[in-house]
Each structure stands twice: as structure tokens, then as C-alpha cells.
Ligand binder design. Structure first.
Ligand SMILES: NC(=O)c1ccc[n+]([C@@H]2O[C@H](COP(=O)([O-])OP(=O)(O)OC[C@H]3O[C@@H](n4cnc5c(N)ncnc54)[C@H](O)[C@@H]3O)[C@@H](O)[C@H]2O)c1
Length: 437
């Protein structure tokens, strides 16, 4: 049997061992998916604390509970480690390490390449490697493949290589690994076939495409689409405010059109590991080819302006009460970058808080998922959301609309609210004391 046939057989009878490199928001749900489908899973992470937590049955992401991690441990089919050599036994290796921007806002694929260099050392015939970390078109073909071939093995004959963008949406109770279609593009047809068969074991619909580049670009199109549309609706929110029209009512009205329109909502900016970052991967790549991706730049400009806009609006709301920003007591409600997650990365709330502090605001925050926030040298701890805390603030500013917050109590006790997320819609009494973005 050829290495490909052997691998396909092991995938189909689920005797294949799956290796996941990078046990974060993306890697852990993959571990769980393959584990629950009956595979043996090896998880590698350079962060010894994460590996230790998993060994002790503790989760560090909201999408997986401690009980679920303990379940992985109890079965004896999940082996978390910091040692790459454990991947020798893996038939499939999925790479889910970070792809951030550097200080100069260029793609930083050093984590991917560090992982690939380690994998190269243990590569053997009959393995399939899939890069899942978001990156610019060409990474898999032009950087990952040559590095893996340093092993002396040939891609498409001895081992297989594909790109499959990760679409997991942390905090989403409807779409998880199994029911989110997955795009797969191999660097050659055999690689596409092997990787497709692998994901078909755990995902209902796998979408093979003709190349790794198509798969890489599809992810960047998806996230640029979001960034541009969020920027558009943010600009519409600014326009609606100038025109003294309620943007939220406008969006609901436009949203009744059954074709050609999709609802997006404004807010204090964009955050997380994906939307603020991924489009820049594409813009950077295009810049190297002398093309300036104007939509990407404009969307980024508008979205990064939003925290400043929110602070201006806060200033206006307080001004109506004859209060200056300086010395006002402001309670920020929700600092995670989106509802129902404990992820603070790139959160626009950090920018809003920073700007408020610069204006001399007496600041507090509450977030049920984020116990501590650092702004510069200052460390803030989440205050409990009691009637006293709400009553004591001149203004409560809702930046992230976690679903487990009692917005009726917020409206009942807070003297004044600025709601950037329309979290208080329909709450009794909101008309009198809530100002909306
Ligand atoms: N979080 C999301 O919602 C999401 C969604 C889709 C795609 N993505 C993409 O998936 C990738 C991973 O994102 P994430 O949110 O899971 O990041 P994360 O920071 O939560 O997890 C990455 C893990 O990789 C580990 N790591 C770093 N370098 C390593 C190395 N050389 N070897 C082994 N482990 C290493 C880190 O310690 C960390 O635990 C990124 O490219 C991201 O853009 C993320």
C-alpha cells in the first residue's frame, strides 16, 4: 500500500493519531472534536502552564468546561505535552498557532514557522500536515512546503500538506466544529483528498477547493467582508447620529429586505484575534506586489476611530448633565472583545478605557468573564454589578453585551447609561435614561 492508501485507511478506521499544535481557542475544540470521534489525540503547546492545566483537568477557554477537559483526560486518548517528539506517532498534524501582527503591523508568521521547523524534524512518510492558522495566500506552498521538504521527504508522495482555514466562533451556541462547513485546499490533489477525508470524520460538510492558496484567500475574504461591513455600519451610526436618527431602528427596518442585505451592527470598534488583524495579512501581501487594498485600509481606519468616537459621545452625554469628563465616575460594562467570551485580545474597550483615563475619568469596570484589566501601569479589577455600584456612577457605558448581565437592573439603578450595543432595547424605562450609539 502507498503512504496515501495507508493513511486513508487509518483515517477511515479511526486508528489514525491526530496531533494538534497550539492548544488555544482553535486547537482545543479540534482536540475535542477528533477525540469524541474516537481518535487518539496528541496536543503540543509551548506553554507549559496550559499543558499542566489540561493534565489537571482545567480548561482556560470558555468554549470548553473543566468537565469536558476531565472527560478528555479520563478516556486516556488525549495526551497534552510540550514535547514535539510526541508527534512522531501522529498520522495527521494540525497547526493552530497564533498569527498576529508585528509592531509595524506586518504579518508575524514566526509562530507558524517555528512549529513547522519542529514538525520537519519528526516528519515521516504517511503523515498529513494541515495549517489552520490564518495567513496570507502563498504561505503553505511557498514557505511551509519547502521547510517540510528539508526532511528529504517529498510532498504529495511521502507526506501530504494542506491549508484549511479555521472558522470557529468562540461563544457561539449554534455553530461549533461539527456544523460549520470547512474549506480544505491541498498543495496537490492527493493532499486535498487526504485532508478532506480527515475532516469528514468530524465535520458535517467539508468543501475541497483547488489549491491551498484558494483556501488561504477564502478566509481573508470572509474576515475582510466582516471588517468592511462593520466599518460601513459604524460610519452609518455616525451619520445617523448627525441626522438624529436611531441607527438601530434603521438596521432592523433595512433587515426586513429578504435579499441583497445582511445586518451588521455598530459598536465601539473591533477586537479579537481575527477581524482587526486578518485583512492586514492580505493588504501586506498585496503591497509586496505593488497593490494598495483600499477597502481594507479604509475599513481599518473607520473601525480604529470608533473608540475615540465613543469617548466623544460620552463627553456629549455628560455635557448634557453639565458634567465634565474629568472627575466623572464612569462604570464600563463589558470589556471582552465580544459577548460571552473571556477574550480581551485587541478589545476596543481597552482603547476606550485608556482614552477615558487620559481625560481624568474616575473609572471602574464590570465584566463577568474578565477579572482583571491592565491599562498601562494601572490594574483594574472587575467590580460586582450591585445596585450601589450602578447608583454610584455618573454614567454606565455598555461596551460589550454579555448575555448573562441583568440589563433591567442596570437601567433601574444607573442614573444614566450610554449603550453602544443596544443591549437595553425593550427594557422598561430605557427611553428616559439610556443614550444609544
Ligand atoms: N480565536 C478565534 O476565534 C479564531 C478563529 C478562526 C481562526 N483563528 C486563527 O487560528 C490561529 C490560532 O488562534 P487562537 O485564537 O487559537 O490562538 P491562541 O493564542 O488561543 O492559541 C495558540 C496556542 O499556540 C501556542 N503556541 C505558540 N507557538 C507555538 C509553537 N511554536 N508550538 C506549539 N504551540 C505554540 C500558544 O501557547 C497558544 O496556546 C490564528 O491564526 C488565528 O488567527 C482564530
Amino acid at each position: 500500500m502507498s503512504p496515501k492508501e495507508q493513511l486513508l485507511q487509518r483515517i477511515e478506521n479511526r486508528s489514525a493519531v491526530v496531533g494538534v499544535v497550539g492548544l488555544g481557542y482553535v486547537g482545543l475544540p479540534l482536540v475535542q472534536g477528533f477525540h469524541d470521534a474516537g481518535f487518539r489525540v496528541v496536543g503540543v503547546d509551548v506553554d507549559a502552564r496550559k499543558v499542566q492545566a489540561l493534565k489537571e483537568g482545567r480548561s482556560y477557554i470558555t468554549d470548553l468546561s473543566d468537565e469536558e477537559v476531565q472527560h478528555l483526560q479520563r478516556s486516556g486518548r488525549f495526551h497534552p505535552t510540550t514535547d514535539y517528539r510526541a508527534l512522531e506517532q501522529a498520522d495527521a498534524i494540525l497547526i493552530t498557532v497564533p498569527t498576529p501582527l508585528s509592531k509595524t503591523r506586518d504579518p508575524d508568521i514566526s509562530y507558524v514557522m517555528a512549529a513547522v521547523r519542529e514538525i520537519q524534524k519528526i516528519l515521516r512518510p504517511g503523515q498529513v500536515v494541515v495549517l489552520e492558522s490564518t495567513t496570507y495566500p502563498g504561505t503553505t506552498d511557498e514557505l511551509v512546503k519547502p521547510e517540510l521538504e528539508q526532511s528529504g521527504l517529498t510532498c504529495g508522495r511521502d507526506f501530504f500538506l494542506a491549508f484549511s482555514p479555521e472558522r470557529i466562533n468562540p461563544g457561539d451556541s449554534v455553530y461549533a466544529l461539527r456544523n460549520t462547513p470547512k474549506v480544505v485546499g491541498g498543495v496537490d490533489p492527493d493532499s486535498t483528498e487526504v485532508a478532506t477525508r480527515l475532516y469528514e470524520q468530524v465535520i458535517e460538510r467539508v468543501v475541497p477547493v483547488s489549491s491551498a492558496k484558494v483556501a488561504e484567500m477564502s478566509k481573508l475574504l470572509e474576515n475582510t467582508f466582516r471588517s468592511v461591513n462593520i466599518a460601513l455600519v459604524n460610519e452609518m451610526a455616525i451619520a445617523a447620529n448627525i441626522l438624529q436618527i436611531d441607527i438601530w431602528e434603521v438596521i432592523e427596518a433595512a433587515g426586513t429586505k429578504p435579499f441583497g442585505f445582511m445586518k451588521f451592527y455598530p459598536g465601539p470598534g473591533i477586537g479579537g484575534h481575527c477581524i482587526p488583524i486578518d485583512p492586514h495579512y492580505l493588504a501586506w501581501k498585496l503591497k509586496t506586489l505593488n497593490y494598495n487594498a483600499r477597502f481594507i485600509e479604509l475599513a481599518s481606519e473607520i473601525n480604529t476611530f470608533m473608540p475615540r468616537y465613543v469617548v466623544t459621545r460620552i463627553q456629549d452625554v455628560l455635557n448634557e448633565q453639565a458634567k465634565p469628563l474629568k472627575g466623572s465616575r464612569i462604570l464600563v460594562l463589558g470589556v471582552a472583545y465580544k459577548p460571552d467570551v473571556n477574550d480581551l485580545r485587541e478589545s476596543p474597550a481597552l482603547d476606550v478605557m485608556q482614552l477615558l483615563l487620559e481625560k481624568g475619568v474616575d473609572l471602574q469596570y464590570h465584566d463577568p468573564y474578565i477579572p482583571e484589566v491592565r491599562i498601562g501601569r494601572q490594574v483594574f479589577r472587575s467590580v460586582p454589578l450591585t445596585p450601589e455600584v450602578l447608583r454610584g456612577a455618573d454614567l454606565t457605558v455598555i461596551l460589550t453585551h454579555h448575555s448573562n448581565v441583568d440589563y433591567e437592573a442596570v437601567v433601574r439603578h444607573a442614573p444614566l447609561v450610554f449603550d453602544t450595543r443596544n443591549a437595553t432595547r425593550g427594557v422598561q424605562g430605557a427611553e428616559q435614561k439610556v443614550m444609544k450609539l
